[in-house]
Design a protein around this ligand. Structure first.
Ligand SMILES: O=C(O)c1ccc[n+]([C@@H]2O[C@H](COP(=O)([O-])O)[C@@H](O)[C@H]2O)c1
Ligand SMILES: Cc1cc2nc[nH]c2cc1C
Length: 348
């Protein structure tokens, strides 16, 4: 991992300045395309180009189970993780639909599902079968964290080798909002009650129980909040570690990564704590309804593109945001300038 981190350069601010200047020559009042203009600048900073090609996008969904599911912290049984992996493989999940809409290369990676999934096309890269129950023991050993991070790095390498020019990372793992909330509380010191939510649909009484489990885990586990890998080992998840690796790898390849919801943003925060330069490569797709997402976004000083009241995961919100990135790049490539269109510029 140190060699991967050494390969991550800060984004190119000079290319961003060039993009900003070019934007003001296009046939529109300066700044009138709002967030799309900021997005175009960021895509130039990432790629070094005025109008980078972003297609095809890669959608990589990492799946894993969580021992803490035994504490009754999810509205759904643990078996749903494996069942949804089979659904991804057969093309029936929301992310399959949205990935098809944007012509993405979709890959599903089993980095730690408890059982064996008999389904075509799933990449089986199991580091272990589920994490330990964080209320009772560490989620993983440090060498398992490193192996799971590498699973994410390898998945991005496959996507790049297949010609992908942007990366969307998603996840599936029953109880992973518990692991994500615990990690976020550990990283930021935010009170547990402010980072706990319904996940797949807990009522308010069940959320109090979930907060109690997280509080116990935080008290019982040994970790150093300044060492992201130790936080992953004590409280995290195999898919969260793989997503962390995927964000690091996207940055090392100078590819934009679109961050999805709560779990994805906690993984993105983990990657940025490991290497702050990763932040410049991240575009935030949507704001999840999970309350901890706001805390995680604030920790990253991030404003998502869309607010759709979603809380699904799988990379779904990021996939829906992808056309906005395409629009930002296309506007740079295709819009006329004041000069080329013979339109009078703003009077001085
Ligand atoms: O992405 C989000 O913001 C999000 C918010 C709530 C739930 N999820 C999904 O729901 C699962 C975790 O919920 P839970 O209640 O089992 O912890 C997991 O598979 C996630 O993909 C995802
Ligand atoms: C059905 C279902 C689909 C999901 N996709 C991501 N997390 C999920 C959780 C459940 C329960």
């Amino acid at each position: 991992m140190p060699s991967l981190i050494a390969r991550i350069d800060p984004v190119d601010k000079t290319a961003g300045d060039r993009a900003r200047a070019y934007l003001d020559t296009l046939t529109k009042p300066p700044g009138s395309l709002g967030t799309l203009e900021a997005l175009a600048v960021q895509l130039s900073e990432i790629s070094g180009e005025l109008a980078p090609i972003l297609t095809p996008p890669a959608v990589i969904v990492f799946a894993a189970d969580h021992g803490v599911a035994a504490e009754g912290v999810s509205a759904f049984p643990q078996a749903v993780t494996a069942q949804m992996v089979a659904n991804f493989a057969h093309g029936g999940a929301a992310i399959n639909v949205f990935a098809r809409q944007i012509n993405a290369r979709l890959e599903v990676v089993d980095v730690g599902v408890l059982g064996d999934v008999e389904a075509p096309g799933v990449v089986v890269d199991k580091v272990r079968r589920a994490t330990g129950n964080i209320a009772l023991e560490d989620a993983m050993q440090l060498d398992e964290v490193e192996a799971a991070v590498q699973v994410g790095v390898n998945a991005v390498a496959r996507a790049r080798d297949a010609g992908c020019r942007s990366v969307i990372v998603g996840e599936m793992g029953i109880a992973n909002t518990t692991a994500s909330s615990a990690m976020l509380a550990a990283f930021t010191g935010t009170p547990v009650e402010q980072v706990v939510g319904a996940g797949t649909g807990l009522d308010s009484r069940q959320q109090v129980h979930k907060a109690g489990v997280i509080t116990r885990a935080l008290a019982a586990r040994a970790f150093d909040a300044e060492k992201p890998l130790s936080v992953l080992a004590a409280l995290g998840g195999l898919e969260i570690a793989a997503m962390t690796g995927a964000y690091l790898a996207a940055a090392a390849c100078r590819l934009p990564a679109i961050v999805d919801g709560f779990i994805a943003t906690v993984a993105a925060l983990t990657a940025c704590r490991l290497c702050p330069a990763v932040r410049g490569y991240l575009v935030f797709g949507h704001r999840s309804q999970e309350p901890g997402h706001g805390v995680a976004l604030e920790a990253l000083d991030a404003t998502p593109l869309l607010t759709l009241g979603m809380r699904l995961g799988e990379g779904s919100g990021a996939a829906l945001a992808f056309p906005l990135l395409q629009a930002a790049s296309a506007m740079m490539a295709e819009m006329a300038t004041f000069t080329s269109a013979g339109i009078a510029d703003k009077s001085s």
